[in-house]
Every structure is written in structure tokens, then in C-alpha cells.
Design a binder for this molecule. Structure first.
Ligand code: HEM
Length: 415
């Protein structure tokens, strides 16, 4: 590493995702990092960063590194099994994130629950809720899209999809936004511990819901599907169901919150002709969504992996437990990767499209996320065809994982 970076300024002077400069415009920092080397040591996070797509794809595909947060050198010690709380039981015992063999089994048995038919059925449940949200909004002159719409969508979708009855909603709601913090390596131990406690409370609620569902007749939701899968597969047990529901909440809430904001911002900030092209059908929107994500560059840290043992990796000696971050977003405005990267073009061709990852851990909720966003954007632009940004939104430095806005004021122009 010393040979590669000798002539360059220290990395932290070129790249700091927690800085105001990154918040305002991450592109120069992303390009500077990607140009340094294929793998770069980042002292502030005690992590290696993999900067280029061929290596990231290989890593996603072959999984030489661990996805288990507890393999991180600075993770809290794995407690002995007789001291596990529900959280450890869900995150260690049956984790989607850990043992690759068990991971593959879970992906295989749950894949029917994410088929196109199921997504269609879930859409039918979410659509009236989205309409109700817009009905409640009415026709204001100006409104904050975050407060009135986007903050509610992930919660509505996931509780409806999983089948968590409304009487539990107020108790479980706060955990949706903190769950991913339980394994975020870049935040304080105290913040992670609070998230862990929240998570334990949520697990208690999920267990209650499961018990209730076991007693009640089958319903048309994800939980009922999982309980059926449990009946037919002795290796798929209640812990897996809890882990999976937590994973859906965790992986599906933060991501869609961010995506909602950037979708609105990108569509309103660019040539309005793009809106109709993007919303022509769920398929055109699927591509548009990747362009929104590329153009917006909202990611701060990418995807974490951990060295399962001391090992050689991309020409570097990794110590056991060291974090390795894959940062596919570094390419997003690189002119060597995309033609005219500053242009927003919802028909841009992505090959491969890695917005939802790649390989064995490809996002399980990709179809649902796209459909959810398509529904909401369609509703927004149908109700307010002349909607525009009321101001340039201020970015929020507090978010632990992504560039987001403090508020997103929209002017409806509908009066
Ligand atoms: C805009 C929305 C979303 C984006 C951009 C996104 C992106 C991703 C990416 C890139 C990965 C791979 C992560 C890695 O390799 O470490 C992933 C995994 C995952 N996503 Fe999503 N996701 C989104 C929404 C959702 C939703 C709505 C759900 C659930 C309903 C979901 C569930 C999951 C799960 C469970 C995994 C882990 C899969 C595994 O390890 O096998 N995601 N997502």
C-alpha cells in the first residue's frame, strides 16, 4: 500500500463522508478515492475500501469475506449461548447475515414469498394505504414530502406485507428506523446498544404476533407464508422467521426512505420530460430508479464485509476481523464508467445493474422496493402534475448511512 499512496495526500484529506463537503457534493471525493488504488486503507474507520467494480463484483459473487457483523474485530463479544437475548438469538443463532450454508437454505426456501405474484398481491394491499396518505394530505399549497409521505411509506409497506396487525403499530414503529444501527460499525457503542435494546422490544412484539397467527386461521401475508414454510422444512425454525422479518424491516426501511427522497428530488430537479418516461410502466420505472440512485449518489459507506481469518486479499495482508467496505457508488459519476455522467437519463442502460447488489446476497426485496416507489411516485404526479421543489433542500449531516434531506418542501401548484 505504501508504494501506491506515497505521492498522494493522506486519504482522509481526500475522502470524508462525514464532512460538509461530502454532504454537499460527494462526487469529487468519490472520484479521488477510486483513482487512488483498487484497494485503499482508510485509517479513520480502520477499514480497507474496495474501490473498483470488477473487484466488487468478484467479492459479491464469490464471497471470500464474511457478512457477519460479529466477525468484525471491534464488534461486541459474541456472548455464550445461555446468555443470548432475543437479539443475539435472531442475529447470531439463525442469521441471514452469517453462515453461508444456512443463508443459501433460507434464500431458497423463502424465494417463493418474493415472486412477482406475491409482489402484485402486496401492491394491492399497499396501494389503498398510499392513496389514503395522499387523501389525508389534501391539496396544500406547500408540504414537506418527508414528513407527510415518505416517512410513512416503509412502515406501511412492511407491516402490511409481513402482516403485523394495526394494534401493534405504535409500539413497533420506532424500531424501524434504528434497527440497521445495531450492526453499523461507524457509530458509537452507546448508539448501537440503544438500537439493540429497541430491537429486543420489537422481537418481543414479533413473537407475540407469531403466536397470535399460529392460533388464527391463515391469512394472506408474508408471515403466514413463512409459517407454512416452517411446517415443511425442519431446518427452518421460528428464529429464522424472526430474523427474516427483522432483516426485511432493517434492509427495507432505511433504504426506501432514502430512495423516496432522491426519487422526488431527481425527477423535479431535471428535465420534466423524464417524469413521463420514468412512470410509463413498472418496468420503465425500474430502470429509472437505477438512474435516480446513480445520479443522486447518496451512499456514505457502501457494504461491509469482514476478514474471517488472517488472509491475503487483493494483494494485501488482512488481519482477522478487519472490515472491508465495498463501494460501488464510487463509479457513479466516473466518465470512464458512464457516458456524460452528469446527465440524468432514465433510459440509460445499466449492464450489470448493481443497485440492488449482485450474487448470492442480491436484495431480496428489490421487486417490492421498486413497486412501492413506482406506486408512490405515480400517485404524487397524478395528483400534482405541476408539482415543483419549493426550495433547494438542506442536507442532513446527522444520518448515519446516507445523504438525506432535512425536509423536502414541495409546491403543488394545484390551486
Ligand atoms: C431502495 C431500496 C433498496 C435498495 C437500494 C436495496 C439494496 C440492497 C443491496 C445493495 C443489498 C446487498 C447488500 C450487500 O451485499 O451487503 C441488499 C440486500 C438485502 N435487501 Fe435490499 N434494498 C432495498 C430495499 C429492500 C426492501 C424493501 C427489502 C425488504 C422488503 C430489502 C431486503 C433486503 C434483504 C433481506 C437483504 C439481504 C439479502 C441477503 O443477505 O441474502 N431491501 N439490498
Amino acid at each position: 500500500m505504501a508504494n501506491v499512496v506515497e505521492a498522494l495526500p493522506p486519504i482522509e484529506e481526500q475522502f470524508n463522508p462525514n464532512s460538509q463537503a461530502y454532504l454537499e457534493n460527494p462526487i469529487p471525493q468519490c472520484l479521488a478515492l477510486a483513482r487512488r488504488a483498487p484497494i485503499v486503507w482508510y485509517e479513520p474507520w480502520q477499514a480497507w475500501i474496495v474501490t473498483r467494480m470488477p473487484d466488487i463484483l468478484e467479492c459479491w459473487h464469490k464471497e471470500p469475506l464474511s457478512s457477519d457483523f460479529y466477525d468484525w474485530e471491534f464488534a461486541p463479544t459474541r456472548p455464550p449461548e445461555d446468555q443470548w437475548s432475543n437479539f443475539e438469538r435472531a442475529m447470531i443463532g439463525h442469521s441471514l447475515l452469517s453462515d453461508p450454508e444456512h443463508h443459501r437454505l433460507i434464500r431458497k426456501v423463502v424465494s417463493p414469498a418474493f415472486s412477482r405474484n406475491v409482489v402484485d398481491a402486496i401492491q394491492a394491499k399497499i396501494e389503498p394505504e398510499v392513496k389514503r396518505l395522499f387523501d389525508t394530505l389534501g391539496k396544500p399549497e406547500i408540504f414537506d414530502y418527508k414528513e407527510m409521505i415518505s416517512n410513512h411509506i416503509p412502515f406501511i409497506s412492511i407491516t402490511r406485507m409481513v402482516g403485523i396487525p394495526e394494534k401493534y403499530w405504535s409500539d413497533i414503529k420506532h424500531v424501524i428506523t434504528t434497527f440497521t444501527e445495531t450492526w453499523n460499525p461507524t457509530i458509537s457503542d452507546q448508539r448501537r446498544e440503544t438500537a439493540r435494546q429497541n430491537c429486543n422490544k420489537a422481537i418481543d412484539i414479533i413473537k407475540e404476533v407469531i403466536e397470535e397467527r399460529r392460533r388464527a386461521p391463515e391469512q394472506d401475508d408474508f408471515l403466514s407464508t413463512l409459517l407454512n414454510i416452517e411446517k415443511d422444512n425442519e431446518k427452518f425454525v421460528e428464529g429464522d422467521i424472526i430474523t427474516l422479518i427483522l432483516a426485511l424491516i432493517g434492509a427495507g426501511a432505511d433504504t426506501t426512505l432514502v430512495a423516496q427522497q432522491w426519487a422526488v428530488y431527481a425527477l423535479l430537479k431535471n428535465d420534466r420530460g423524464q417524469i413521463a418516461k420514468a412512470l410509463a410502466s413498472p418496468d420503465t420505472f425500474s430502470n429509472a430508479f437505477s438512474e435516480i440512485n446513480r445520479w443522486g449518489v447518496s451512499s456514505k459507506m457502501g457494504f461491509a464485509r469482514y476478514a474471517p481469518s488472517a488472509m491475503q486479499f487483493m494483494g494485501q495482508q488482512l488481519r482477522k476481523g478487519v472490515m472491508v467496505l465495498m463501494m460501488p457508488h464510487l463509479k457513479d459519476h466516473d466518465p470512464d464508467y458512464y457516458d456524460n455522467p452528469g446527465d440524468f437519463d432514465v433510459e440509460r442502460v445499466f449492464s450489470p445493474d448493481v443497485m440492488f447488489g449482485y450474487g448470492p446476497r442480491y436484495c431480496i426485496g428489490a421487486a417490492l422496493a421498486k413497486r412501492q416507489l413506482f406506486l408512490t411516485m405515480t400517485e404524487l404526479f397524478n395528483r400534482f402534475p405541476n408539482v415543483e421543489l419549493a426550495e433547494e433542500p438542506e442536507r442532513d449531516i446527522e444520518d448515519h448511512n446516507a445523504i438525506v434531506f432535512k425536509r423536502l418542501l414541495l409546491k403543488t401548484n394545484c390551486l
